[in-house]
Design a protein around this ligand. Structure first.
Ligand code: ADP
Length: 410
């Protein structure tokens, strides 16, 4: 099973996408419908709301008087918290029920207009955002839904911005063209990404190998690192001591293989077993053969350089998740080298020259394993220099980019 999130600003075409995904075989979980269902006429949820705010919140037809409830909680945060305390757990329970009831090989699509506003994006293995220029959205809302233009604009202003939604997107579907063009993008996403991703998660298959082609540095790598770190941190939950974006894509301006390296810190590597299923559901699958970093001269005991290693299951987004123990030299080294390379242009240049030479050699002999081993001696000699830089600049181990958060649903 794979659970993905789908969102988009009002009028972007989200409903059109979710309809097509259902036609292709996805199981839809509709956040709006669930939010209505848990406070529908005759429900326990609605009874609790009436108890909290008075019987007049129930209309003559037995349904909740939404306008009245909205006016009660509108400018009163305490009352809003009471309302959320009634609805959110029920929404979460119902959502989990629907997800649990889906077949084991299902692609579950959680369709939520306010996913980004509510900070739920890191709950999903993949987030799909339907992205449409605001003027086009306004025109479509006016023409096909009969919404007055001022209302359409007011609703758009109340939502997250396009840039905020794009930062949350693992896959972006542009809907500035014809409906047929949108559907064609959905069909490709389904066949080339969602179906193989689901299978990889179910069969616990990480994407491996790939050629060491260096890509030009992409300013979007930082946001992608942040997104994937948030996802891993959420999946690791209380076992995680934070996730950081490490490796070459975490160093702005450095050409790199287009792979996000992340470091998940845990107090003990054995604790990972307890969250392996959650990490797999989030798209991170363990590669059990890899258990070790190369010890550096400062601490040659291999036992101090143990790690666990997970690869991404998303065929369109490569990621390596290195799991290392709090306070281990391996955990420190990854962060130290990242920060040293970020700070020292000469070190960066030197490392880049080595990468380019290794990549050129790979182009000649096609030996990907050697590409990795060829860089090792440089890292050995870099370690004391990075330490020297740390002592000189007063570097201390930085906190994680992301730490675990509790899921919020609503
Ligand atoms: P959302 O669910 O994101 O609010 P919808 O999928 O309901 O958006 O789309 C908004 C309106 O625009 C609908 O009436 C839909 O039929 C129409 N629409 C969606 N995509 C296109 C398109 N590519 N061209 C023209 N109209 C579209």
């Amino acid at each position: 099973m794979l659970t993905i999130g789908l969102t988009g600003g009002i009028g972007a075409g989200k409903s059109t996408v979710s309809r097509r995904l259902v036609e292709l075989g996805a199981v839809l979980v509709d956040a709006d419908a669930i939010a209505r269902e848990v406070v529908a006429a005759g429900t326990e949820g609605l009874a609790e709301i009436a108890e909290a705010f008075g019987p007049e919140v129930i209309g003559p037809d037995g349904e909740m008087d939404r306008a009245r409830v909205a006016s009660i909680v509108f400018s009163d945060d305490k009352k809003l918290a009471v309302l959320n305390g009634i609805t959110h757990p029920r929404i979460a329970r119902r959502t989990q029920e629907l997800e649990a009831g889906a077949p084991p090989d299902a692609v579950v699509v959680y369709d939520a207009a306010l996913m980004v506003e509510q900070g739920n994006q890191s709950r999903f293995a993949l987030v799909v955002v339907v992205d449409t220029a605001e003027e086009i959205r306004v025109r479509r809302l006016v023409e096909s839904r009969g919404l007055p233009e001022a209302d359409a604009r007011a609703r758009i202003r109340k939502q997250a911005t396009d840039a905020q939604r794009r930062a949350a997107a693992d896959a972006l579907l542009r809907n500035d063209g014809s409906p047929a063009k949108l559907v064609a993008q959905v069909d490709r996403l389904w066949a080339e990404r969602l179906v193989p991703f689901e299978e990889n998660v179910r069969l616990r298959r990480a994407i491996r190998g790939g050629t060491p082609l260096l890509a030009d540095p992409d300013p979007a790598w930082a946001a992608r690192g942040e997104r994937l770190a948030a996802r891993a941190a959420r999946a690791a939950g209380a076992v995680g001591r934070g996730v950081a974006h490490i490796g070459s894509t975490a160093v702005p301006g450095l050409p790199a293989k287009d792979i996000t390296d992340l470091q998940l810190t845990v107090d003990s590597l054995a604790e990972l077993d307890g969250v392996a299923d959650r990490l797999a559901a989030a798209g991170f699958v363990e590669i059990p053969e890899i258990t070790q970093d190369n010890p550096k001269a400062s601490d040659p005991d291999p036992a101090h350089w143990r790690k666990r290693y997970l690869g991404g299951a998303d065929p369109a987004q490569r990621v390596h998740l290195h799991v290392r123990e709090t306070g281990s030299p391996a955990q420190r080294y990854a962060l130290l080298v990242r920060d040293w390379l970020r700070a020292d242009p000469a070190a960066r240049e030197e490392y880049l020259r080595l990468k380019l030479a290794a990549a050129a050699e790979f182009a000649r002999d096609g030996d990907a394993a050697r590409y990795v081993t060829r860089k090792e001696p440089w890292f050995d000699t870099a370690a004391p220099r990075a330490e020297e830089w740390a002592a000189r600049t007063g570097w201390v181990l930085p906190g994680p980019d992301r730490s675990g958060e509790e899921p919020v649903l609503g």
